[in-house]
Design a protein around this ligand. Structure first.
Ligand code: SF4
Length: 959
């Protein structure tokens, strides 16, 4: 065991801390949202006084947002948990007994050990806003359960998965617009809580240069409010708009053919043999290499400088093959995607669509950028500069959280590649360690080395991965899902982030099997993180005929008294982000920039004043108590003291650990290198981050740039060069489609055949969102959306005294025309009704919203008494959740089958497919929002949080 970092850390603290009320500034990493900016924490004695931005940090360069500066109130929140808790009342009653850590860890170990000895799959371990998935997934793998994932399945897996499969990376943590060079910026469906400072700083740069910003979003708030042009699109039709833009660009020849031939599969030949088992697959040689037509010889070859993008090759065994570009052109030029044809559905006029397409084409091809930097591609061809098409895109959950979201995100990437704007000057730029082709990502694992899940055996590989075809699905011998959430089953074959939103319902239904322990971290599943919130609470408390809970044990870890705490049997209190070690790792969710690779840490800039422990340290402790391989040595002794020790001494493979910086005994190695016992001190001395610039010749076209690929291998992103060929035509989808047509050993169940055949098209196509297909338009004519405001992040913000003053309650924003037609006044209560439920909410008139869409801020509404808010806090009295209207299943189709309310390809929760109607309140309670749930009593001894306006940290300081 190695833990030499500990004493040096304490020395560092001692020299910095001094005594009494000495002032000092410590540098760590923000956790008030997912951007992970560098922060300067100003301390006075043992008190946090102020948080500022770290000017040297690569992510924020000193900029701090409102959330970041309000971190001080997160740290002093009265909602903080203070000690391990054992349930003494019934689930949901919020009655607990404080216990010592030893008892808590003994209980958890006993429950987990029993599950592992029975069958490891009896544990379902899921995490929410966790930023340590490289550790949590490793732990779950060593435990042996297939039932692990984080919250991506209900966040933005469509975006991530479509991006990885198509271009080897995606928006958000995989890359960013070239803010310094782009000349046209298009933003699709971005809410302002995510990717906060970087986008704000980027848009500021664009404004200073006079660059046009276009926002496509049903709601004009945040970034859309400062856009030069706003397209108030109807929810769920973004894919239709993007395909119409492609239609116009193709029709006008605004396509970068050279880029397509060099870097995409546009020339690869697709077999055209309807009814055959290989119809729609790529024509390959005997070694499996895809073939293309050589323009000079007309022959099929595996490599040529002159591939043909059109033509037909007759095949000796019957049928023919055509370059995929011909299929792309046919799809894109389908009259169904003409601007006039999509105008009605999208709510965007044909003239505006045509004008936007023309502007994209003009900027891409008439305002080309050159950077005179010689570089060499993967074929050894030398180029004297980088050519850029300066149109940049960014997109997020708004286009992703629909049942057609995967194909919409694919369409957007197709558009980027067609105009040659991926990883070029002025376009979208990858951030290391991306791009990575699908081939270097793992396939999902659902069993141990024996091919089965055996008691006390680890899993043979990581849970989450990227299936290449039906053969990679996680199905048992009977064709049933191996995972409790049914990820990687026929329900959602490419569910690369799991399906956390299905876990509780499936565990309750014991479908595909029961679990013994539900172990959750930072996931408020009893409130705003679940669809069908009331139903979820019932499932968490449901008992069998003998009075035993159907989900027998629930362990929950969080720093705060969220709604979920009340439903746990055992609560493991986490620290705040200023009291903990964390690892912002390249193995996990990177924070790199297009021109530099970077990672970062958090460390305890202040000691906890409560009996709490960092969750990751607790997990490592549990791993050792359970004797999990990797967490104990051969002698059974713990491998790591705590998370800090793990961050320094864990090796994922030789020379590769959680942190890439300051490796090697002298701390001078980067990426790969021996363990450096002083690594954390080096990070702290460097402002809690590490960065290294990418060589000039490696900064663009990373997917095909020899110098970048060499750099990536040197850094340990992969062991040999892994260039990316953009997969415009996505063959894995066709493999699932062929199965749905009856080919192959693995066949989907009958009730899913047609859906797979219709939606798994290897080229993006638009289909209407599922919820709308299952209801009558006249009954539910409106769309209803939620988004997080800029000042909040997930449910955390509404217990933060400063942020509460910005958003204390929410209203339902109603389009002005409808508002006037219904003769409403601001503050009136109306009923909003979906196929699943009814809520009563206050309304507000708004002009800048799609005229068929109502919307509200998400997770402002709180359950009375939760988060240690006063029971009559505005968040409980006036705030509300839209989640009560959303069901995890689609409307009953009358055939006995109810599909998940998810994307059929990735399983992404389709939050934004919700359809509703408004009803004026004519009787009953017209004073309060509804539904109302019994108030959760405050945890014993916890001081209720005062009203939103009367807050200062000094008044709640505990000694
Ligand atoms: S953008 Fe996010 S990480 Fe950065 S300061 Fe704001 S809350 Fe913190």
């Amino acid at each position: 065991m190695n833990a030499p970092s500990e004493h040096t850390l304490s020395e560092h603290k001692a020299t910095n801390r001094g005594s009494g009320a000495e002032r000092r500034v410590e540098k760590t990493t923000c956790y008030m949202c997912a951007c992970r900016c560098g922060i300067d924490v100003h301390l006075e004695g043992d008190q946090v006084r102020y948080i500022g931005g770290n000017r040297d940090h690569p992510v924020n360069k000193g900029v701090l947002c409102a959330k970041g500066s309000a971190g001080i109130m997160q740290h002093y929140s009265p909602a903080r948990l203070r000690k391990p808790l054992k349930r003494v009342g019934k689930r949901g009653e919020n009655r607990f007994e404080e216990i010592e850590w030893e008892e808590a860890l003994d209980m958890a170990t006993a429950w987990l050990a029993r599950a592992r000895a029975t069958s490891p799959k009896r544990l379902a371990f899921f995490t929410g806003r966790d930023q340590s998935q490289s550790l949590t997934s490793f732990w779950a793998q060593q435990f042996g359960t297939p039932n692990y994932a984080a919250h991506g399945g209900f966040c933005s897996v469509n975006m991530a998965t479509a991006g990885i499969y198509t271009i080897g990376g995606a928006f958000w943590e995989f890359g960013q617009p070239d803010w310094d060079r782009t000349k046209l910026f298009l933003l699709f469906g971005v809410a302002e809580d995510h990717d906060s400072n970087p986008i704000k700083a980027g848009i500021s740069k664009l404004k200073q240069r006079g660059v046009r910003v276009v926002s496509v979003n049903p709601i004009r708030t945040g970034y859309s409010a400062v856009a030069d042009d706003w397209f108030g699109i109807r929810p769920g039709t973004d894919g239709l708009l993007v395909l119409s833009l492609i239609h116009e660009l193709m029709r006008n020849g605004r396509v970068d053919l050279d880029y397509l031939m060099r870097y995409s599969n546009a020339a690869w030949l697709v077999i055209d043999r309807p009814g055959a088992a290989d119809d729609g697959l790529f024509l390959r040689d005997d070694d499996g290499k895809p073939l293309m037509l050589d323009r000079d010889s007309g022959k099929p070859v595996t490599a040529t400088k002159h591939p043909s993008l059109k033509g037909r090759l007759e095949l000796p065994e019957g049928g023919s093959a055509r370059p995929s570009f011909e299929l792309i052109a046919e799809t894109a030029l389908d009259p169904a995607y003409a601007p006039e044809a999509v105008a009605g559905e999208t709510g965007i006029g044909a003239d505006r669509i045509r004008a936007l397409a023309a502007e994209i084409g003009r900027v891409a091809f008439e305002e080309e950028i050159r950077i005179d930097q010689p570089w060499t591609d993967m074929d050894g061809e030398q180029h004297d500069g980088f050519t850029g098409r300066p149109v940049a895109f960014h997109a997020m959950r708004g286009i992703s959280a629909h049942s057609n979201g995967f194909q919409t995100c694919r369409a957007l990437h197709l558009l980027q590649v067609l105009i040659g704007a991926v990883d070029c000057p002025g376009g979208f730029r990858f951030e290391p360690p991306y791009p990575k082709p699908v081939d270097v990502h793992p396939k999902p694992t659902g069993a141990g080395v024996s091919g089965r899940i055996l008691p006390n055996q680890p899993l043979a590989g990581p849970h989450l991965g990227f299936p290449r075809g039906p053969e990679d699905l996680l199905l048992d011998d009977d064709g049933k899902a191996i995972r409790i959430d049914k990820a990687f089953s026929w329900d959602a074959p490419l569910s690369a982030h799991g399906m956390m939103h299905m876990v509780i319902a499936n565990a309750f239904n014991r479908d595909p099997y029961p679990v013994d322990v539900l172990f959750l971290y930072m996931a408020n599943m009893a409130w705003n993180s679940s669809m069908n919130t009331a139903g979820t609470m019932e499932m968490l408390t449901a008992t069998d005929d003998d009075g035993n809970y159907i989900i027998p044990k629930i362990i929950y870890s969080d720093a705060y008294a969220s709604e979920m705490v009340a439903y746990a049997d055992l609560v493991l209190p986490d620290t705040t982000y200023l009291e903990r070690h964390d690892c912002i790792s390249l193995l996990d969710r990177p924070i790199a920039e297009p021109d530099m690779v970077a990672d970062a840490i958090r460390w305890p800039v202040i000691e906890p004043d409560r009996d709490v422990r960092g969750f990751q340290t607790v997990l490592i402790d549990l791993g050792a108590r359970l004797g999990l391989p990797g967490f104990v040595g051969e002698d059974g002794a713990p491998t790591y003291d705590d998370y800090a020790d793990y961050m320094v001494n864990h090796l994922r493979k030789p020379g590769i650990g959680p942190l890439a910086g300051f490796r090697g005994v002298d701390g001078k190695s980067a990426g790969r290198g021996d363990i450096n016992p002083d690594q954390l001190d080096r990070y702290i001395a460097n402002g809690s981050f590490w960065s290294q610039e990418i060589p000039e010749e490696a900064r663009f076209f990373k997917f095909a740039n020899r110098a970048y690929q060499d750099f990536a291998v040197e850094m340990g992103f992969f062991d040999k060069p892994a260039p990316v060929t953009f997969q415009l035509y996505l063959e894995p989808l066709q493999k699932f489609r062929l199965a749905a047509q009856g080919h192959g050993d693995r066949q989907p169940p009958e009730h899913l055949r047609q859906r797979i055949a219709d939606t798994f098209t290897p080229l993006p196509r638009w289909y209407p969102p599922f919820e709308g297909q299952g209801i009558e338009d006249a009954d539910f004519p409106l769309h209803a959306l939620t988004q997080r405001p800029m000042a909040m992040y997930h449910s955390w913000g509404s217990q933060n005294a400063w942020l509460r003053q910005i958003h204390t309650a929410n209203a339902m924003h109603i389009p002005a025309g409808l508002f006037d037609e219904m003769e409403l006044r601001d503050g009136d209560l109306v009923d909003v009704v979906s196929h699943h439920g009814r809520i009563r909410v206050p309304v507000k008139r708004m002009a800048a919203v799609n005229d068929r869409t109502i919307w509200t801020w998400n997770a402002i509404g709180k359950r009375s008494g939760a988060w240690n808010l006063s029971p009559d806090a505005p968040e409980a009295e006036k705030g509300f959740l839209l989640n009560h209207l959303i069901h995890e299943l689609l409307p009953d189709r009358g055939d006995g089958e109810r599909h998940a309310n998810s994307d059929p390809i990735t399983g992404q929760a389709a939050w934004f497919d919700l359809r509703v109607r408004l009803e004026k309140v004519r009787d009953g309670d017209t004073a309060r929002t509804m539904p109302r749930f019994a108030a959760q009593p405050p945890l014993d001894g916890a001081p209720p949080q005062p009203a939103a306006s009367a807050w200062h940290p000094d008044r709640t300081r505990r000694t």
